[in-house]
Write a new protein. Sequence first.
Length: 85
Amino acid sequence: MDAKVTLSFDKNIIEKAKRYAESQNMSLSRMMELILDRITSNQYASLEDFPISDWVNEVAEGPAEYNTSPKKYKKQKTEYRSRKK
């Protein structure tokens, strides 16, 4: 069963990703599904081990942030709202 997700990326990155996906005869959605499936397959200890980590770093908005301890709901809500401004 497919589910829809809304993601935001730089317009130039999206255009390059669309062209790449088209050159591989697949949609951008299927390409992202493939990438996410491989990332979550538990074959890699971290994103740095993943073969496309350079591409992921290029797409990311700044350095990766790994949260290792659960945050309280109120703190998460405050952080979320401060990023949206």
